[in-house]
Design a protein around this ligand. Structure first.
Ligand code: ADP
Ligand code: MG
Length: 914
């Protein structure tokens, strides 16, 4: 078997045998050495650089099965039924990643060779998935293209669509043949096909339906697989090929109707053989490279090079109900499943480098044996649908694809680098914000100082000017005044002298003679003088008025200055206002910084989480039925037992401090609150943190959030966090003591999102498992709240409800056994029994499993027996004791039935064998 394994292991074979990482074997140099061939191929070889299976790809992983994922667009039904739900996957083709949602804030990430979104065209799908395979078939290798996925996700659309109405819709089979026919000349070369169906380990000929049991022949020397019994039709042109495909499809339909089978349960296999002549030089190189073709060995040009293209539209990957509900016997169901599960086993064995690859276990794997041979090129397209309702099937399909890729753990480095650089970027941005804000604040303070100084300078200068001007005017007036007084005094003196000896004064001689001549002469002169004095006085008054005017002008100037002072003051207050605005802005920035910080927290948490998951090994299986809540809590435990690396949460605490994180729960900004509660929820998933969170008042804050918030995201995440905290017994008591049941049922009343219900039900289910809290839980309406949530019919919610009921029943049963409880089960009192009976055979295994356990616990006490019989629970219990897939549950049910006299009597009455 070791030889089979090494042949099967494709590129690794050569690596192992040579002990080096020589990947040249992947594509022998002979491939393009035929000048004619390479010329011709040129026009054809324009595949996308990242094409699947291309030897020149940059992944450095030679010869592994290349895997692409294709997402089907929502169909009409899903657009209606899933309108309120996001797709269960998110494709990131740029980074070749697929995110599978675990819940509303958490998802798993997988890497694939190529991701084809719902918008990917058929042409692009062909080029990425199949074209490189077709090219290598033309070069004389075996090539295989397979589609794997749940029924209805687009396998046949991807591979078999004929596209006669819409050329753009042509699938891989049609496009492959177009490329083949364009590359070979039919005069010297030949192209032929067989078309087969594999159903229940029987191979039928779709080109000749009477041929319905074809056997597989393996050449023991070369290991070549062939089907000598199958019709082989020579292809002359594209149209004849399309006609054959259509004919095959019609025969497939007819055959399946006759067998009463669905086509989704069978595999359709198209085989295209390309034979072409090549020149001698090639053949020498080919034989060096281990080409097994018998023609090559002759070394005689011209030789024929044979390539075989196998395109397989696999049966639907969904699990077949073994109960026979589709009209199959168990044997049939096994046989229907056989080929697909054998394929899965072979892929697993190859992925794990196992020494034994069980190729001989089924017809499909025998047929595909040389598809995995040393020189074969194989592409797998994984088809998935977007509906969250099929998340389980989609997850297992994705895991199949992951195994098929034989994941190399390259993811780890990239992830770490991405997160680190992102966190670095956020840090830098944060520092930039802080520095910028500091600079702005300083600039504003300086500006205010400058403006205030300027205004003060202006004011004091104006005051100085005013005082100077006033002083100058005053001296002027005083001077003028003194001068006029002096003038008057002089005149007065002159008059005095005139009166004393006028003759001496020539000017007055005439006057005095006049006075003498005229008796009233001196009086007249006095009168004139008076008039002159009056005139001077008037002039004086005018001057005074002018001075007053000037004073007024100065006063108005002063008023003007005062006004400008007031203006300066208002400028100052404006600047103050700006400063206040700035402070506001600062606060906002601080809020943003807090948001960024909390995002950073979450990202680094996720990064650690991812890193941890990667550390645990890339081959982690999706625990389909396992509740992700439990998963979140258990993972750290698994990890704790591992190496002594510092727990990521401890790092978080160190970096930020729990108190600070918790304080963000009360942040004003709703975004910050949401981020904070998410971080707390993630922290609460780690058992080691639960105590710290509760000690720091986190539980109180979370309960407060349930009471005060109106935001569904907060409800959901806070309830999730509480559910995680409720894993621990001490916390359970605290939650109950702080009115947790009331708050959780109130939140359930406001919730709309099934995920919120799931979290709430999960929290209550955890509380149900506490022996001490049974009575209180019930009296506060815990059971009724749990039962009320079944109105949201989401299976995840129902699973949590069932878990809660099972937990409760188990505690009750324990209490009864210890003599602490008498009387009927509180579950029966609260009317849970009808729901239990209704769902005891629920098709979702997590729901069924919990209910089966609940039934067994309830049945262990005679007081419940009567109610159980009248409620129809006995029938279910009998079923569990016979058919339950878990042996321990089956035994428990059986023992319970045997030990109850009431049940025994009823079974005798109903003649039920036991
Ligand atoms: P499968 O073969 O996996 O059971 P089908 O190929 O029959 O699925 O696809 C189911 C339905 O979905 C068909 O009606 C098909 O036309 C449609 N479909 C599948 N994939 C696509 C796609 N990529 N774009 C549009 N319609 C699609
Ligand atoms: Mg199909």
């Amino acid at each position: 078997m070791a030889t089979t394994a090494s042949v099967y292991r494709n590129g690794n074979y050569s690596r192992n045998s040579l002990g080096t990482n020589n990947n040249k074997v992947e594509r022998p140099p002979s491939v393009n050495s035929n000048p004619k061939n390479s010329l011709k191929s040129k026009s054809l070889r324009k595949s996308a650089p990242a094409a699947l299976g291309a030897a020149k790809d940059d992944t450095g992983v030679p010869g592994r099965v290349r895997v692409a994922v294709r997402l089907r667009p929502r169909n009409a039904e899903e657009r209606v039924a899933d309108a309120d739900f996001p797709d269960c996957v998110e494709l990131q083709p740029e980074v070749k990643r697929l995110k599978l949602r675990k819940n509303n804030w958490d998802s798993d990430t997988y890497e694939f060779d190529e991701l084809l979104t719902e918008f990917a065209s058929q042409k692009r799908v062909y080029e990425v998935v199949a074209k490189p395979v077709v090219e290598s078939v033309l070069d004389g290798y075996n090539g295989t293209v397979m589609a794997y996925g749940q029924t209805g996700t687009g396998k046949t659309y991807t591979l078999g669509q004929l596209g006669e109405e819409d050329t753009a819709a042509r699938g891989i089979m049609v496009r492959a043949m177009e490329d083949i026919l364009a590359d070979v000349s039919l005069e010297t070369n030949s192209v032929s096909m067989s078309y087969l169906q594999l159903y229940m380990e029987t191979i039928q000929d779709l080109l000749n339906p009477t041929n319905d049991n074809i056997s597989i022949v393996e050449d023991p020397k070369s290991g070549d697989v062939s089907l000598p019994g199958a019709t082989l039709v020579e292809i002359r042109n594209q149209q004849s090929f399309v006609d054959l495909l259509r004919l095959g499809e019609a025969h497939r339909f007819a055959a399946n109707t006759k067998l009463n089978a669905e086509s989704s349960r069978s595999h359709a296999i198209l085989m295209v053989h390309v034979k072409r002549s090549v020149r001698g030089r090639d053949s020498v190189l080919s034989s060096e490279n281990g080409d097994n073709s018998p023609m090559v060995k002759s070394l005689k040009p011209p030789i024929v090079r044979k390539g075989k293209l196998v395109i397989v539209d696999l049966a639907g990957s969904e699990r077949i109900d073994k109960s026979g509900s589709e009209g199959h016997t168990l044997e049939e169901a096994k046989s229907i499943n056989l080929s697909l599960s054998a394929l899965g086993k072979c892929i697993n064995a190859l992925a794990e480098n196992s020494a034994h690859v069980p190729v001989r276990d089924s017809k499909l794997t025998r047929l595909l044996r040389d598809s995995f041979g040393g020189t074969a090129r194989t592409s797998l397209v994984i088809t998935i649908g977007p509906s969250p309702r099929h998340r389980g099937e989609t997850a297992s399909t994705i895991m199949f694809g992951q195994r098929a890729m034989k994941v190399e753990n390259m993811l780890k480095l990239k992830e770490e680098f991405d997160y680190k650089s992102l966190s670095r970027r956020l840090d830098q941005q944060l520092d930039k914000f802080i520095a910028e804000h500091e600079r702005q604040q300083k600039a504003f303070e300086d500006e205010i100082k400058r403006v205030t100084m300027e205004a003060q300078n202006q004011i004091s200068e104006s005051e100085r000017n005013y005082a100077d001007a006033l002083e100058k005017d005053k001296t002027n007036y005083q001077k003028e005044y003194m001068e006029s007084i002096k003038k008057l005094e002089d005149k007065w003196m002159m008059n005095q002298q005139k009166h004393a000896g006028g003759e001496n004064i020539p000017g007055l001689k005439e006057e005095s003679s006049n006075a003498i001549s005229n008796g009233k002469g001196s009086r007249v002169a006095n009168m004139e003088e008076l008039a002159e004095m009056k005139k001077k006085l008037q002039k004086e008054t005018l001057l005074r008025k002018a001075a007053e005017g000037e004073v007024n002008i100065l006063k108005s100037q002063l008023a003007g200055l005062k006004k400008s002072e007031a203006l300066a003051k208002s400028d100052v207050s404006k600047l103050q206002k700006m400063l206040e605005d700035e402070a506001c802005q600062k606060e906002k920035l601080e809020g943003e910084i807090a948001t960024l910080q909390s995002q950073l927290l979450q990202i680094s948490f996720e990064a650690d989480e991812t890193a941890r998951r990667i550390d645990k090994g890339g081959s982690e299986e999706v625990l389909g039925g396992l509740d992700s809540l439990m998963l979140q809590v258990r993972q750290p435990q698994i990890n704790d037992s591992g190496n002594g690396e510092k727990a990521p949460i401890a790092k978080l605490f160190e970096q930020v401090g729990l108190q600070k994180i918790l304080s963000l729960l009360e942040a004003e900004d709703a975004d910050v609150r949401i981020h904070a509660v998410k971080v707390v929820a993630n922290l609460a998933a780690e058992e080691t943190n639960q105590e710290k969170i509760v000690e720091a008042g986190g539980l109180k804050s979370l309960l407060l959030l349930l009471r005060s918030s109106e935001d569904e995201t907060i409800y959901r995440v806070a309830a999730g966090a509480i559910a995680n905290l409720a894993m621990n017994e001490t916390n359970q008591e605290l939650i109950m003591a702080q009115g947790g049941i009331h708050l959780l049922s109130m939140t359930a009343g406001n919730a709309k999102d099934p995920q919120t219900f799931r979290m709430i039900a999960g929290a209550i289910a955890n509380l149900c498992g506490n022996d001490k809290l049974q009575m209180k839980l019930r009296s506060e309406g815990g059971i009724k709240a749990l039962l009320g949530m079944v109105r949201c019919r989401h299976p995840d919610v129902l699973a949590q409800v069932a878990r809660g009921i099972a937990n409760f029943a188990k505690c009750e049963s324990r209490a009864s056994t210890q003599g602490n409880k008498t009387g009927r089960s509180l579950l029966i009192e609260d009317g849970v029994l009808p729901w239990i009976v209704q769902n005891a055979n629920n098709e979702a295994s997590p729901i069924r499993r919990h209910i089966e356990l609940a039934l067994c616990h309830l049945a262990q006490h005679e007081v419940n027996a009567k109610d159980m019989i009248s409620g129809g629970a006995l029938r279910e219990l009998v079923r569990v004791s016979r058919d339950c897939s878990r042996e321990d549950t089956r035994t428990l049910a059986h023992r319970t039935l045997t030990s109850s006299p009431t049940f025994q009597a009823e079974m005798r009455r109903l003649r039920i064998d036991h």
